[in-house]
Design a protein around this ligand. Structure first.
Ligand code: NOJ
Length: 716
């Protein structure tokens, strides 16, 4: 693939870069590649380094940005003033912060966003996160995380878009566009950072920060497409992963950083390591000391050192003694400056607190957060149409450990959200029921009084799940069961004999096998953000028809992991090999990838494939009619899956290749069309070349990965 040439307007930027670079001392160059953090030194020492031009970026965690919209508590402008006015060249600092799912207006965690299967929501939430963050003077965020996550034991699955490369790629593209716009530079946009390059989600045993074993074929077919999508969307920066792949730490993988990212994909932004990664090369047994680690990293294609200090402490000397060519140093500085120029940092280095005060957590942002949360809710079970509840219900109990929680709804990675902004489930319910309804609330305890309360009510909404501290970075678990005591609570409440509506908030898919058999209604809510409680109430009482679909496979038990829908074909599913059928490991998932119910019924009919043969570059169109045959208006996520019947390598049993969200009034029918081209059928062939192979393909158009209308076509 050809390298992307800088666009016309980029040439002015390249000129500015050259001018600035020409004035820099080696120390100032190394400084541009250094990202510091409060764990590195005192604030005074940090400012002294800023003054000397020895800092290119600051990771704001733990710095006073928590109240990003409050001038008195945001240090950004003071630090920036020192950089711009007191350093020799006045090069502004690029502040970076993990605004993973919103700054003050907090959206569902990425896994929840993915459950919404909505490119529009991914774009809209990222745009708002960007606007709030930019107004606070922070022009760089470390998201989207696009690691394919097939293991729910891994805590960081919460930050991912789930297990599927196509869904993840589509959302990655939309998110990057949301943060950055079509072309970086608008005042309300910020630089995104796609991470963790690559294969971090394949951490052995779901244990964070371990290594990954990934074949080159799996890397190319499963783990890299979402990064490719982010680069296509124009992502400004890329973060390397902590892990190694087949022994090569990603931070020094020339294959990933040079061959794939720069040469094949034409990426022209900058590459930052993950936290301390250069120094970690010593722990990984790759470098003997920090100087050697710095030399290896810069030569492998790293541009910015997150926090380890190895670049700042050693690059000048390494260049001086000829161990690192000055061209490598200049290349990295150019890449960093390019993004500083593109994001508009030189024109607008400061926070605009006037603007921040107006836009942060404004009504429009909350509305988008509410809609995103509503879309993210997955109705997993609804026996005898228990839901939606009538707003006129006489007595409803809202209980369970998360029923009145606030900060917990914000999920992991929450740099600036505040608990007082959050609407609890109990508050949401109170806002939607009729004036005559009695709402019993009783907090999270296990006491008999709560059970009594529930036995007095006509129905109980029981809110359980994970505290956010049980998910996210380094928060891995060995069993997917609900936190201690919660299943027993569910059983006890169930024994009261009134209908139980279970709401589960979590950063991962949990083992719900008992509940799925006994509890009539289950809504999976992930960690839904600021407006989560309102969204849940709106769905439970039918103001909104649920439309989320799970972006991960729910296993029946932890021992089934890894369990994902797009597995390879094998003799395991052969009936002659199924004597041991009762063994749970051999059964399918509890809820398959793509699954989610609605209050209405969607019928699929009239599948057509035209033409039924794909030749050369001319694609085919797959169409199906979707009818809302139930009683309520609603949205359906229509999914297209493809199976390559015979190929030179063992290919997945099926792969998602398209999806569309369609709104249908009751009784309405719409035709949904998917275009499929030869390139959509490409994979890494037996000779390691990338392309498709002729032959028969089976397709399904349906509501999830297990059901759908089936057809086939031939690729000539
Ligand atoms: C480490 C995490 O792995 C990464 O995702 C994050 O962006 C950095 N810390 C910075 O906070």
């Amino acid at each position: 693939m050809k390298k992307r040439m800088p666009a016309a307007s980029d040439s002015a930027i390249e000129q500015k870069i050259n001018e600035l670079l020409g004035k820099m001392t080696p120390e100032e160059k190394a400084g541009q590649l250094h990202q510091t953090h409060k764990s590195c030194c005192s604030y005074e020492d940090m400012m002294a380094m800023v003054r000397k031009g020895r800092v290119g970026s600051i990771l704001l965690w733990g710095m006073p940005t928590g109240r990003a919209d409050d001038e008195r508590e945001n240090a950004v402008n003071e630090i920036q003033r020192i950089a711009v006015e007191e350093s020799r060249l006045g090069t502004p600092i690029l502040f970076g912060l993990d605004v993973i799912h919103g700054l003050r207006t907090v959206f569902p965690i990425p896994l929840g966003l993915a459950a919404g299967w909505s490119r529009d929501a991914a774009l809209a939430t990222a745009s708002i996160a960007a606007a709030e963050t930019a107004s606070a003077g922070i022009r760089w965020t470390f998201t989207p995380m696009v690691d394919i996550s097939r293991d729910p034991r891994w805590g960081r699955i919460a930050e991912s878009f789930g297990e599927d490369p196509y869904l993840c790629s589509e959302l990655a593209f939309a998110a990057v566009r949301g943060y950055q716009g079509e072309k970086l530079g608008a005042p309300d946009k910020i630089a995104a950072c796609v991470k963790h390059f690559a294969g971090y989600g394949a951490a052995v045993g779901g244990r964070d920060h371990t290594n990954s074993n990934i074949s080159e074929r799996a890397l190319r077919d499963i783990y890299l497409p979402s990064f490719r999508a982010a680069v296509k969307a124009g992502v400004a920066t890329v973060m390397t992963a902590f892990n190694d792949i087949d022994g090569i730490p990603c931070t020094v993988s020339k294959y990933l950083l040079k061959d794939v990212l720069r040469e094949e994909w034409g990426f022209d932004g900058f590459v930052v390591t993950d936290f301390q990664c250069i120094d970690y090369l010593r722990l990984q047994g790759i470098a003997a000391d920090k100087a050697e680690a710095a030399e290896m990293a810069i030569k492998s294609g790293i541009d910015m050192d997150m926090v380890s200090g190895c670049f700042n402490d050693h690059l000048v000397q390494l260049v001086g003694k000829g161990a690192v060519p000055v061209e490598e140093l200049d290349r990295a500085v150019r890449n960093v400056l390019r993004i500083k120029f593109r994001v508009g940092l030189f024109e607008r280095p400061y926070a605009d607190f006037n603007l921040a005060g107006k836009i942060i957590l404004c009504e429009n942002h909350k509305k988008v957060a509410l809609e995103a949360a509503e879309k993210s809710l997955v109705l997993l079970r609804n026996e005898n149409h228990l839901l939606p509840l009538s707003p006129d219900i006489k007595r409803i109990a809202v209980m369970g450990p998360l029923s009145e929680s606030r900060s917990e709804l914000l999920g992991c990675w929450n740099p600036a959200g505040r608990s007082e902004d959050v609407i609890t489930v109990a508050e949401g319910v109170k806002s939607v029921v009729s004036p005559g309804t009695t709402v019993f609330t009783g907090g999270g305890g296990f006491e008999d009084t709560l059970l009594t309360t529930s036995s007095k009510a006509d129905a109980v909404i029981l809110v359980v799940g994970e505290h956010p501290l049980r998910s996210g970075e380094g928060r891995d678990i060995t069993s997917l069961t609900l936190p201690a005591g919660q299943e027993e609570l569910i059983r006890r409440v169930h024994n009261c004999g009134i209908p139980v509506i279970l709401v589960v908030m979590a950063g991962r898919q949990l083992d719900l096998s008992w509940a799925a058999e006994h509890i009539p209604a289950i809504v999976y809510a992930w960690h839904p953000g600021t407006m989560g409680g309102q969204a849940i109430a709106n769905v439970l009482f039918g103001k909104v028809n649920p439309s989320g679909k799970t972006p991960v496979t729910f296993p029946r038990t932890t021992g089934q992991i890894p369990l994902y829908y797009n597995c390879k074909r094998n003799i395991f599913g052969n009936p002659s090999n199924m004597q041991n059928y009762l063994e749970i490991a051999r059964q399918g998932p509890l809820f398959p990838f793509g699954f989610g119910l609605s209050y209405t019924r969607f019928d699929y009919s009239n599948l057509s494939i035209s033409p039924d043969t794909m030749t050369g570059n001319s694609g085919i169109v797959i169409a199906a009619d979707i009818t809302n045959a139930g009683e309520a208006d609603g949205e359906e996520v229509v999914q297209l899956y493809v199976k390559d019947c015979i190929a030179s390598v063992n290919r997945p049993v099926k792969e998602l290749k398209g999806f569309d969200r369609v709104y249908l009034r009751r009784g309405e029918t719409k035709t949904v069309k998917f275009k499929l081209n030869e390139v959509d059928l490409a994979f890494t062939r037996s000779d390691m070349s990338w392309g498709s192979e002729p032959g028969e393909f089976i397709i399904w158009v349906g509501p999830d990965s297990e059901r759908g209308l089936q057809g086939s076509f031939v690729l000539k």
